[in-house]
Design a protein around this ligand. Structure first.
Ligand code: NIG
Ligand code: ZN
Length: 421
């Protein structure tokens, strides 16, 4: 069979090995790296990848050939944890943070997530759509081809629905894919301050409506001191699973209060943050096959002391991903490359572990492993190209956008940090 398009002369191509489950432990340091490689595309799918001269059998007179010498390629990067859609911004909290006021204390004063709740409730659908579209474009310019997006700044049905509908419309309109997560239990709204159990019941009551309109695949909750307890988290996520949702949980971000145990017990797809996870809980997550979605940009931005203990997790046989957590409070940014670099600089991960984190493992984390995350023939031709002599360079030369091209389903969607019209 001949190809529609061939990208060739690539200095290196990162090829994750997909064993049929998220890569865990030492598997995360394994991958094929093709030298002087080519990627052949047919009908938006990967036809073949290989090294050296492109076989003549792949080429006919209609094949579009692109010489990419001086560049490297990875499967399209997947940002598997974002709070993409929100009103306003929170730079007014920045000075407080610099003066040492804690994230949870800001929330207790009615700021933080609750401030963004007010701004999101006030924002129109159109306003949220345009703002999130811009943020999504920044993500794409940095090489991202699939994004998970959570609700959680509405905290009532009308406004949660508005956020989820914005995500749905962006998924329809934009060239990249969005995977939607319902996070109605992101904070306790003021009117439920004295009765969070009643709010959990209200969120459980929203689940059938989310399902009916097919507004989300995943359900998530913030399990933290001053937010939701492990018991409340268990109740919501169990109800979500019974209604056919996949689940995740924000756990062990600031205090270790049992969120990881809930994840292990319910075998959620992933557990998020895990900055202060205990050794015992690492073992539980490893045994349960729960993916750790790690968010080093949040540790950096909160100026916290501890990064999630990624090395310990791998030693214990866990699967991990790296992701931005892009949100207006704990991580206001949209550059997954910088997160990957923090994976090396702050967490001491190897370049191969980092690339597996944002490709094949992130594909498992958004339940799209059959379609994306590796260059196996038949998967979508989602490809991120960096202008760099080798893959290591893209992590060593930090905080600079080296992404020069992005292909989604075989189509060039970003070139030289701009959308291709
Ligand atoms: N920690 C909970 N939720 C987000 C932050 C949301 C916000 O501060 O607006 C997070 O994952 O970091
Ligand atoms: Zn988050």
């Amino acid at each position: 069979m001949t190809a529609d398009k061939i990208l060739y002369n690539l200095n290196e191509i990162f090829c994750p090995i997909d064993p049929g489950h998220p890569l865990k432990g030492s598997e995360m340091n394994e991958a094929k790296i093709l030298k002087n490689g080519y990627i052949a595309i047919k009908s938006g799918k990967i036809l073949e990848v290989g090294e050296g001269n492109v076989p003549k059998t792949l080429i006919d007179e209609t094949t579009e050939m692109t010489d990419l010498s001086g560049h490297v390629a990875s499967p399209g990067l997947i940002d598997c944890h974002t709070h993409l859609i929100y009103g306003g911004s929170r730079e007014n909290e920045f000075a407080k943070k610099l003066n040492g006021v804690s994230y949870i204390d800001i929330l207790k004063e009615g700021g933080g997530i609750l401030a963004t709740q007010t701004a999101t409730q006030k924002a129109s659908f159109e306003n949220l759509y345009l703002k999130s579209k811009k943020l999504l474009e920044h993500m794409m310019f940095h090489g991202v081809t699939t994004v998970e997006a959570k609700s959680g700044y509405g905290l009532d049905w009308e406004n949660e629905k508005k956020q989820l509908e914005v995500a749905k419309k962006l998924d329809e309109d934009m060239p990249i894919d969005l995977v939607s997560t319902f996070m109605g239990a992101h904070a306790i709204p003021k009117k439920y301050a004295d009765n969070p159990d009643a709010f959990i019941d209200e969120v459980i009551g929203m689940l059938p409506k989310v399902k009916e309109d097919n507004l989300a695949e995943f359900v998530d909750i913030f399990c933290e001191t001053g937010v939701f307890t492990a018991e409340q988290s268990y109740k919501l996520l169990k109800a979500a699973q019974e209604q056919g949702f996949k689940t995740r949980i924000h756990a062990d971000e600031i205090d270790s209060i049992g969120g990881s145990s809930v994840a292990a017990e319910l075998k959620t797809t992933s557990a998020e943050h895990l900055m202060v996870i205990t050794d015992e809980d690492i073992k539980k997550l490893a045994d349960a096959g729960v993916i750790g979605n790690l968010l080093p940009g949040t540790t950096f931005s909160l100026m916290a002391e501890q990064y999630a203990p990624a090395r310990k997790m791998l030693d214990a046989g866990m699967a991990i991903t790296l992701t931005t957590d892009s949100n207006p409070g704990s991580c206001p940014m949209a550059n997954l490359q910088f997160i990957m670099q923090l994976g090396c600089f702050a967490m001491k991960l190897t370049p191969i572990e980092v690339y597996n984190s944002v490709t094949i493992n992130a594909a498992y984390s958004v339940a799209r492993e059959d379609k994306i995350g590796s260059f196996d023939a038949g998967k979508d031709a989602d490809i991120t190209i960096f202008e760099a002599p080798d893959l290591d360079y893209t992590l060593y030369f930090f905080a600079t956008n080296l992404c020069s091209e992005v292909y989604k389903k075989g189509e060039l969607i970003v070139k030289d940090r701009q959308m291709v019209k």
